[in-house]
Design a protein around this ligand. Structure first.
Ligand code: MOS
Length: 715
């Protein structure tokens, strides 16, 4: 099976998407449904003194207004997980009132009349503020980096900065709640329906089996929709209290203030090499912007850098800088984006000092083993990504000297390379496969469709193994009533989902053969079932990540987050990518354009050529956007974010993106799983921003060590 090649099929939901018939969290409308809107806190830190809702109560159509007075008092440390309205504001935009009305218009009109008075408390807005609390965290190391660095003949040392950034999926955060006969049903765009169910059951005091969460499709998750939020709990509380369905859709500016974001990170890198261009040591300290109580782990910034190349030795340190902001968290390639910009820039800077081609330097430092654990890597084809990418890009046409390539009109041309890796994670999956004599196939499983195409990969696996009607496959995922749901994140979705689908399909074929007991019946499985007068055949299967066993199923039913990897009992797994970027810099205005990118990825076996190519292009586009456009600005005086909407938080648009050519090594990793598939969703973005920065340096001779790269940095 691991040698099976997958055909380029359309997405199974392509037609629905084009027709707009896919159902997202806020698309579910129920009879008698009420609409909610929130009053966000107008200070960054402090106590609520009074929330005057008297005018709001008089707005026609207002049904109920929830404030902190509806809940037991809290203290400032009562922070996780937030499921009520508290009288202490931890960060700007936190919900201070929740208005429920017959119409959305009435709810909006009412919130605008609410008067809130506060007792503000001094706060720290900036990571480099003098009152930011520095808290050293764990590190990662192998070898004796200090000693090796002392003996290095060539050293490069610099500091790189990745700014705060916010993910802006098209689909806003929303919750629709309905409570009937003691059973709560939630429709919400969520990557973590199992975790959301557990959070709601615990915070509302409901039995787990009385909470159902459905997230049939998501309009972009990227880590933002893995969190469980106060708005979900408040919408559910309102539905229970009022006995009517309630819908809440969060306005985008509130999402900037309340959802997770990519924190600012500062990277101090020291790289040492010997006289022959052999790297001997990396010393790397990273600090991140952190909230007062957030737990997003700084140590994980080292996960990818330490696995990129053979540095000889590695000493990684990390720290939180605690300030008054909302909790930072996961955002596509969460711990890899900042570091990859930093160290893939640093590798280029070292290559220049060594007078080596930056592709050659990378090729010479391949790894066969995880340098931290010493375990073998289950597969690694980074050098093939580099070689194939360089060939397709035409790297040999690059002249090494910065500023030496120009178009006839004087435009400066730069060519840059940047590589990436991402941990090969996996999660257990519990599935039911049911083939009907009526021609249908129903497959229920753990996993969420975030737009990445997980349903298409499951369908490809089923079609590849089963003689079934491909037009009548129903795939039910992201639904806690259909299967236990894990958090789908960390690029573990597809590899986990297709492994389970393969096991179920194999099992079904075995059972069918047993049923047939040697009889030769022509036709597909549906026709065979009809002939033997069986209405359907159904199998269950459970697939674990390597090293996991049935013990994790209890956790899966409760928490929804039980991924494993990248270090497994016998091996370590990573995905890899190499990006080649051409930039054009206008010589006078210094405007940067990216006319051309070639990227080659190693994600093991490609299960869906169509959705994989889309993922790769999407990651490259985001990497360009992160390199040239995206930064969320902290308001230093009042706290919170200054550019908290899509007019001011600038992302790359069509005009910013040129030709993107993508390719895959497509070599299966059968050690990782029987299908040979590794993750793809995050690795695709890793290293793009560095490739852009390296290309800008090559075009101009100006090295910019912070993102985004702006025109003014080049003037
Ligand atoms: Mo992702 S940032 O793990 O959804």
């Amino acid at each position: 099976m691991s040698t099976m090649n997958f055909a380029d099929r359309p997405r199974v939901d392509a037609r629905d998407k084009v027709l707009g018939t896919n159902m997202y969290g806020a698309d579910f409308a129920l009879p008698g449904m009420l609409h909610a809107m929130t009053v966000p806190a107008g200070i960054n830190k402090g106590k609520l003194v009074a929330v005057d809702v008297s005018a709001a109560r008089k707005v026609a159509g207002v049904v109920r207004i929830f404030t902190s007075e509806d809940f037991a008092p809290s203290n400032s440390a009562d922070h996780m997980p937030p499921s009520t309205i508290t009288d202490f504001v931890m960060s700007r935009g936190q919900m201070v009132a929740f208005v429920v009305a017959e119409t959305l218009e009435a709810a909006i009109e009412a919130v605008e009349t609410v008067e809130v008075s506060y007792e503000p408390i001094p706060f720290v807005a900036l990571m480099n503020g003098k009152d930011a609390k520095r808290e050293a965290a764990e590190g990662v190391r192998y070898g004796d980096a200090a000693n090796a660095m002392a003996g290095a003949a060539v050293v490069h040392e610099a500091e790189y900065v990745s700014p705060p950034q916010h993910h802006n999926p098209i689909e806003l955060l929303s919750t629709t709640a309905n409570y009937v006969a003691g059973e709560l049903t939630i429709w919400e765009g969520s990557q973590n329906t199992g975790g959301l169910r557990a959070f709601l059951a615990a915070s509302l005091g409901l039995p787990l089996d009385k909470v159902i969460v459905k997230s049939p499709s998501i309009g972009g998750g990227f880590g933002q929709k893995g969190d469980t939020g106060r708005h979900s709990a408040m919408t559910a509380r309102a539905a229970i209290a009022l006995g009517r369905p309630v819908k809440f859709v969060m306005p985008r500016p509130q999402i900037f203030d309340t959802a997770s974001f990519r924190p600012k990170s500062v990277h101090r890198i020291k790289l040492g090499a010997d006289r022959n261009g052999r790297m001997v040591a990396m010393q790397y300290g990273v600090d991140q912007q952190q909230s007062q109580y957030g737990w997003f782990p700084p140590k994980d910034y080292h996960d990818v850098p330490v696995q990129m190349y053979d540095f000889g030795s590695y000493e990684g340190m990390s720290a939180n800088l605690r300030i008054d902001t909302q909790a930072p968290g996961y955002m596509r390639a969460p711990h890899a984006q900042g570091p990859s910009f930093a160290f893939e820039s640093a590798i280029d800077e070292l290559a220049e000092k060594l007078q080596l081609d930056p592709v050659a330097l990378r090729l010479q430092h391949d790894l066969a083993r995880d340098p931290v654990t010493g375990k073998p890597l289950s597969s690694r084809h980074l050098n093939e990504c580099l070689s194939e990418g360089a060939r397709r890009f035409g790297w040999e046409r690059r002249s090494a000297r910065p500023g030496s390539m120009r178009l006839p009109d004087g435009t400066l041309v730069g060519m840059g390379v940047g590589c990436g890796a991402y941990p090969g994670l996996a999660a257990p999956s519990v599935v039911t496969l049911r083939i009907g004599a009526d021609g249908t196939t129903r497959y229920s499983a753990s996993g969420h469709e975030m737009g990445q195409g997980i349903r298409t990969t499951i369908a490809a696996t089923l079609i590849g193994k089963l003689a079934i009607d491909p037009a009548k496959i129903e795939i039910v995922i992201g639904d806690t009533s259909a299967a236990p749901q894990h958090m789908t994140a960390g690029s573990w979705g597809t590899a986990s989902a297709v492994s389970a689908a393969a096991v179920a399909a194999d099992r079904l074929n075995v059972q069918m053969n047993e049923l047939l007991a040697g009889r030769e019946i022509p036709g597909n499985l549906h026709e065979k079932l009809r002939k033997i007068r069986r209405p359907f055949l159904s199998v269950d299967a459970t697939q674990f990540a390597p090293g996991q066993d049935a013990k994790v199923l209890d956790q899966l039913r409760g928490a929804g987050w039980i991924s494993a990897g990248p270090a497994y009992p016998d091996f370590t797994t990573f995905s890899y990518v190499a990006h080649f970027v051409e930039v054009h810099v206008e010589p006078t205005t210094r405007r940067i354009r990216v006319p051309r990118v070639v990227s080659i990825a190693d994600c093991g076996r490609v299960i869906s050529p169509r959705t994989s190519a889309s993922q790769l292009k999407g990651g490259i586009i985001w990497g360009i956007s992160a390199a040239l456009r995206e930064e969320t600005h902290v308001d230093p005086k009042y706290g919170g974010w200054l550019n908290n909407d899509l007019a001011d938080y600038v992302v790359a648009v069509n005009a910013d993106i040129g030709d993107i050519e993508v390719g895959f090594i497509d070599k299966p990793d059968p050690v990782f799983n029987a299908m040979g598939a590794k993750g793809l969703g995050e690795v695709v973005m890793v290293g793009v921003s560095a490739a852009v920065a390296n290309a800008v340096y090559h075009a101009t001779g100006t090295r910019i060590r912070k993102l985004p790269l702006l025109v003014e940095d080049l003037l």
